[in-house]
Write a protein that binds this ligand. Structure first.
Ligand SMILES: Cc1cc2nc3c(=O)[nH]c(=O)nc-3n(C[C@H](O)[C@H](O)[C@H](O)COP(=O)(O)O)c2cc1C
Length: 369
């Protein structure tokens, strides 16, 4: 996750900090975490078919950008995909539901990338149940190319405010084949309120918020050392850090001016939403969650292809006691009794944004060869 330049400008409130000296100015132009973004350039640059498909799969959306996937290459054609439980999010995702959805996004990109190369994936999901791998996958000749693959490198989570204009109706109907689209303005207003309240609960519930604070990466050096979690980078945010106006301590302190400004910025962006997309499922098994992930990434790729921006707003879907009332309300609004709302996201016309960091593929390979 990376905060945008626009958000940043509102945070510094008038440019007191930025580039106070020529040296600082020059320093700040070097703040793009090139190494952490390199996996986006290296996707596809592998000779081995499984590695080539994996190089796209690691670009999948996933909660808190934890990238919990580990791949084991066995023999000539087998891939065993594990989820690294050391990367769990026990506060915001106590039942690993969202992490499993992220694995579904990963498996779908893997499938699409393999199909581009003429491979069909024969997958066995959770062959040993909850304790073992997420999937054992055999690469066999076949597979049909998927037009949505064209948008894998352009898909990013956009946390900015979106333009104040409705989504064209033909675009809405295309997306309706992927998800439930909420665009009725009364319903949208109710969701804006609910999602914002849920965000406020998350950010002011100390034990939950600290999970995110611990995963924040402040500036290029931290992002490159740990290219996962919540990246706070770029010249503007780094100028704030240089000026002592943005720090881990401030983010952990609900009374700090910087924390309050941050909350304000998030509220503004979340309110700049004219539509939402929703994915529900009848069951809530691990394979239902994997399917929801596959559907979510396909939806996001389709939206990207149609020139739309998206951001999941998952707070009200989270399963800790302080969120229970909002979890119930969102289910009442968006799902039939017994169904689970797996994903809820903002949808709209947004500005162009940068990619988020990834660990190099080689660091996600288990020593199984
Ligand atoms: C299950 C799931 C839940 C997510 N929830 C949120 C969320 O509540 N807020 C948010 O800004 N991003 C959320 N994301 C997006 C991730 O933070 C994002 O995919 C990750 O940081 C990588 O960035 P990218 O999508 O730009 O590649 C979620 C993603 C998934 C798969």
């Amino acid at each position: 996750m990376t905060l945008s330049r626009r958000k940043m400008i509102s945070l510094i409130g008038g440019g007191v900090v930025f580039a106070a000296t020529a040296t600082a100015g020059a320093f700040l132009t070097t703040r793009r975490p090139e190494r952490a973004l390199a996996p986006w350039l290296e996707a596809g640059n592998y000779a081995e078919p499984r590695m080539r498909a994996l190089s796209y799969a690691i670009l999948a959306p996933n909660p808190h950008n934890r990238q919990p996937w580990v791949a084991e290459l066995t023999g000539n054609d087998l891939l065993i995909i594990h989820r690294d439980k050391a990367r769990n999010l026990p506060e915001t995702d106590p039942f690993d539901r969202q992490l499993t959805i992220g694995m579904g996004c990963f498996l779908e990109l893997l499938r699409m990338a393999a199909a581009e190369d003429g491979y069909l994936l024969e997958s066995d999901l959770f062959p040993e149940g909850e304790v073992g791998p997420v999937a054992i996958i055999r690469f066999v000749k076949g597979g049909n190319k998927d037009p949505l693959f064209a948008y894998v490198l352009a898909r990013h989570t956009n946390r900015n405010g979106y333009e104040d204009r409705p989504i064209d109706t033909d675009v809405q109907s295309t997306l309706a084949s992927h998800a439930q689209i909420v665009s009725d303005q009364t319903d949208v207003a109710a969701l804006r309120l609910l999602t914002w309240e849920a965000m406020e609960i998350e950010m002011t519930t100390k034990h939950v918020m600290m999970e995110s604070v611990d995963l924040m990466r402040f500036g290029k050096a931290e992002i490159e050392a740990n290219p996962d979690g919540i990246s706070l980078g770029g010249p503007f945010l780094e100028s704030l850090m240089l000026a002592g106006m943005l720090s881990r301590a401030d983010q952990a302190d609900q009374n700090s001016a910087s924390f309050k400004q941050g909350l304000d910025m998030i509220k503004k962006a979340m309110n700049a939403t004219n539509a939402y997309a929703v994915i529900t499922s009848k069951g809530n098994s691990r394979s239902d969650q994997i399917s929801a992930g596959r559907d979510w990434v396909r939806l996001q790729l389709a939206a990207t292809g149609l020139g739309l921006a998206m951001q999941p707003v998952s707070q009200a879907l989270q399963e800790y006691p302080e969120m229970a009332a909002h979890y119930a309300s969102i289910h009442e609004k968006l799902a039939e009794p017994g169904e689970t709302v797996q994903m809820l996201g903002r949808l709209g016309y947004g500005s162009v944004i940068d990619a988020s960091p990834r660990w190099p593929l080689e660091t996600r390979i288990a020593d199984g060869r």
